[in-house]
Structure formats: C-alpha cells, structure tokens
Design a protein around this ligand. Structure first.
Ligand code: NAP
Length: 315
C-alpha cells in the first residue's frame, strides 16, 4: 500500500469538493481529491441547470467537467474510484484499498444521496423498474407509464423530464400541495402528460420480472389502489453520505454535519462543505460557495498550524 501525505485532502469530487480544490490549489498548499466514483457528483446526472449564474442553460455533466478542468489548472492530485476502507478524522488518516493518505486538514465534500421509500419491492426492482435517476434511465421508458414519488423540486423536474419519453407520468405526493418552487410547479401543471396523485403514498412496488404496479394508499381515506406503471422513480429527498464518518463529529438528527460559518466541524482541522453539511439550501452555487469558504479556512488552518509548530520549536 502506497503512503501519501498532503496538506489538504478533499473527500468527494462534486461541485463543493472541486470548488474547494480550486481554492486550496490557489492557496499554494498540496491538495488531493479522493472520490468513490468519477468526479462531478450529483449534478453530473442532471440534464440541465438553469440557475447557475453566468450559464442560463448548461448541461450538468458539462458544467462539472469545467469545474474539474479548472481544478486541474492548480495541480490538484486526483484519486477517483477509490474503495474507502477507513477514515479517521482525528488523526486525519484515510485508508483506501490502494493508498494510505495522511493530511494536515480534511475537507469533507461527500454530498448526499436519494432517500429510499423503504417499501416492499423497492430494493428488489432496482434496475428493473425502480430508478433514482431519470436522466440515466428515462430513455428506457419510451411510450410507457411511470410514477414519480415526491413533491419537491427534484420530483417535479424529473417528472417533466420523463414526459420526454413516457406517454404518462403519475406524480404521487403525500400532500395536496407541492413543495417545489412555484415556477417549476407552474410548468408541471401545464404539462398534459403529468397526472397528479395527491394525498397518496406508495405502499408496495410489484411486478414479475419488471415492475408493473405501484400499490398506493390515499392517506386521508386510507383506501389502497393499484397504479399500473412500468417504472417508479422515488425523489423524496436526500440523506448525507457519511459512511466511515458518522459518529466521529457533530451531526444533526438526519446525519448532516454541523459546521460554523467557516465550514469548520467539531474536529480541529476538519471542514465540511456542500450537501453533506447542515445547510438551508443545497444547490451547485451554494456547494461551490461552501467549497471556497472551507478551502480558504483550511489553508488558514495550515498556516496557523505551521506558525504554532515554529513557535514551539523557538520555545
Ligand atoms: P425535498 O425538497 O426535501 O423534497 C422531498 C419531497 O419528498 C417532499 O415533497 C416531501 O414531502 C416528500 N417526501 C419526503 N419523504 C417522503 C416519504 N417517505 N414518502 C413520500 N414522500 C416523501 O427534496 P428534493 O426535491 O430531492 O430536493 C433536495 C434539495 O435540492 C432541495 O433543497 C431542492 O430545492 C434542491 N433542488 C433544487 C433544484 C433546482 O433548484 N432546480 C432541483 C433539484 C433539487 P413534503 O413536501 O410533504 O415534506
């Protein structure tokens, strides 16, 4: 196993991690960025974004490619597709299948992932009718009927995206009012392929080899019914990616990492940025902003720490 040491190690190569890499790289410290997958994070799967300033419309993948190229400019060392075995935040040591990384500071930018419905059939039919990525799998549902679950921006936007392929899209929401932004709601209400199923939750997903039914329950009448669908796309929110990290530092009740305004966590020299931290807004722009703040304070931490070491020596 190869041993490598850096001033800063960034865990996660989505918008927060890549922005942190750019700012730390510019701060003239040695920076490595480590990810379980390829870089780009969640936005790589978004068809397009229309709220990243300077880019009225941009493909998610294209924007993330630009972030990565920008980080390359500052000599950031990249370690994609790493199989993480252990993360010890206090000693700042990260062990993967191939490397043992040590660092002076760690910036956690591991993001978040879709929450699961937790109903029978969900796990069993993943890849056979259950999907958490309309952009990845939408094309399989040409002229078919699908259900999207949830009422937030993700559910409504992905339902609209799926109407490019599917003949009909049910949007199943547990209340009778959407949580999504008004502008997004208005577009969805105008889309004739979307049928809203209000006050309802999915109780079970059924099928043979492939999904053919979503069993739904009306939460007000308690009546259950079968919706005949070829696919189910749950978009009911996100949960932080804190495997190997949870329990080592302060988190909120949902597991999101608590930071101060400099992105510092409860562990000295460890920062958290982007969707993984407790934050009121999770967007590419806020992730990038967090990354910038966290990296600047990580660099300051390294400088202060250096001074402390020097003064120790002088004493
Ligand atoms: P979200 O905003 O948290 O919405 C989750 C939705 O799922 C809510 O409508 C919620 O219902 C419903 N839900 C939660 N648990 C459920 C369960 N067990 N069963 C059934 N329904 C359930 O999550 P999101 O839509 O994934 O968005 C996450 C973040 O990314 C948000 O901050 C969002 O604004 C942002 N985002 C922004 C954009 C954009 O600006 N273009 C696009 C995508 C995502 P209730 O409403 O009843 O709570």
């Amino acid at each position: 196993m190869e041993k490598l040491n850096f001033d800063t190690i960034i865990l996660g190569g989505g918008p927060a991690g890549l922005a942190a890499a750019i700012y730390a790289g510019r701060g003239a410290v040695t920076v490595a960025i480590v990810d379980l997958n390829m870089f780009g994070g969640q936005p790589s799967n978004y068809m397009e974004l229309e709220n990243y300033p300077g880019f009225p419309i941009v493909g998610g993948y294209d924007l993330m490619e630009k972030f990565e190229e920008h980080a390359d400019k500052f000599g950031v060392q990249k370690f994609p597709m790493q199989e993480i075995q252990n993360i010890d935040l206090k000693s700042k040591k990260i062990t993967t299948k191939d490397y043992e990384f040590t660092a002076k500071t760690i910036i956690i930018a591991t993001g978040a992932q879709p929450m699961k419905l937790g109903v029978n059939g969900e796990k069993e039919f993943v890849g056979r009718g259950v999907s958490y990525c309309a952009v990845c799998d939408g094309a399989f549902y040409k002229n078919k009927t699908v259900a999207v679950v949830g009422g937030g921006n993700s559910a409504v936007e992905e339902a609209m995206y799926l109407t490019k392929f599917a003949d009909k899209v049910y949007l199943i929401h547990r209340r009778n009012e959407l949580r999504a932004d008004k502008i997004i709601q208005e577009r969805a209400f105008k889309n004739e392929k979307i049928e809203f199923v209000w006050d309802s939750v999915v109780k079970e997903i059924k099928g043979d080899n492939l999904v053919n039914t979503a069993v739904i329950e009306n939460v007000k009448t308690k009546q259950t019914s079968n919706l005949l669908v070829d696919g189910v796309f749950p978009y009911i929110g996100i949960t932080p990616n804190v495997e190997h990290i949870s329990g080592q530092l302060e988190q909120d009740a949902s597991g999101f990492i608590v930071t101060d305004s400099t992105m510092a966590t409860s562990i000295d020299g460890v920062f958290a940025v982007g969707d993984v931290r407790k934050t009121p807004l999770r967007q590419v722009i806020t992730a990038a902003s967090d990354g910038a703040v966290g990296a600047v304070y990580a660099v300051k931490y390294i400088e202060t720490h250096k001074e402390a070491v020097l003064s120790d020596v002088t004493l």
